[in-house]
Design a binder for this molecule. Structure first.
Ligand SMILES: CC(=O)[C@@H](O)[C@H](O)COP(=O)(O)O
Ligand SMILES: NCC(=O)COP(=O)(O)O
Length: 248
């Protein structure tokens, strides 16, 4: 089965936040994406609300609950107490824990699982007790013992950080090397019984190769590249383009 497509709405929110006006509408674009066949919506609310605002979360949860029951809501972020409270209030289907410092411009690395096991394990257990699927952001070249530690947290999945792969958009030889790292990490993760998601700087051009090389990929979450594509093609057509790309 092709990887599911979760549309990350952070970049739409960033455009909206340029003015004190409600457009482009985050929920409106989310609705168009779901109507066009996207399998879910992703948000990464940061503590300064520079992209997604906390007030977007109930609206997006209601959109899925009211009209798109099969779709999933994925909330990503650093598991501070404030983030965990947001998650518990807005009941996503999946929580993706990311080791971002609040001052980071965007996510740029996965968890050091072994080093942070003592921190992650109780957080994962707290989330799992409430029925959320938990995914952990993972370096593209995480070695076996790191994935063993990811498994020890009790998480269901890892999300492979595909930034270095995405950065090779103009160098196919380097992209092939990055893709092999991702494929090996996915293989190790699967060996520990972890599901595998992927995200960061994926595009309609680089998605087919990763979908083909890692057929077990469960989900991709895509925001920046997908939003850029939607400016050209419109959100509905962009979602159809990315769904085709997910087939490899
Ligand atoms: C974990 C990850 O890679 C995404 O959540 C990414 O960080 C998107 O967030 P921004 O759109 O805020 O960069
Ligand atoms: N989890 C990755 C994500 O949601 C989207 O990241 P990007 O496509 O905006 O780089």
């Amino acid at each position: 089965m092709p990887a599911k497509l979760s549309v990350n709405l952070n970049a739409i929110a960033m455009l909206r936040n340029r003015r004190d006006l409600p457009w482009p509408s985050v929920a409106g674009l989310g609705r168009i994406a779901l109507e066009a066949g996207a399998h879910g919506l992703t948000v990464h609310p940061r503590p300064d609300e520079r992209h997604i605002r906390f007030s977007d979360l109930p609206v997006l949860r209601a959109l899925i609950d009211d009209a798109f029951h099969q779709a999933e809501f994925n909330i990503e972020g650093y598991p501070s107490e404030a983030f965990l409270a947001l998650v518990e209030e807005h009941q996503p289907d999946q929580v993706t824990l990311v080791p971002d410092d609040p001052s980071q411009a965007t996510s740029d690395h996965g968890w050091p699982f072994r080093e942070r096991l003592g921190f992650l394990k109780p957080v994962v257990q707290r989330l799992k007790r409430q029925g959320f699927r938990v995914s952990l952001f993972c370096d593209p070249d995480a070695p076996e013992d790191e994935l063993a530690a990811a498994r020890e947290t009790g998480a269901d999945r890892v999300e492979l950080y595909t930034g270095p792969y995405g950065a090779c958009f103009d160098d196919s030889a380097k992209a092939a090397i990055e893709l092999e790292k991702l494929a090996e990490t996915a293989r190790l993760a699967a060996g520990f019984g972890l599901g595998v998601n992927a995200g960061h700087d994926l595009t309609v051009d680089n998605l087919p190769a990763i979908a083909k090389r890692i057929p077990a990929l469960a989900e991709v979450s895509i925001g920046h590249g997908l939003t850029a594509d939607a400016l050209e093609h419109g959100m509905a057509e962009t979602v159809r383009r990315f769904l085709r790309a997910c087939k490899g």
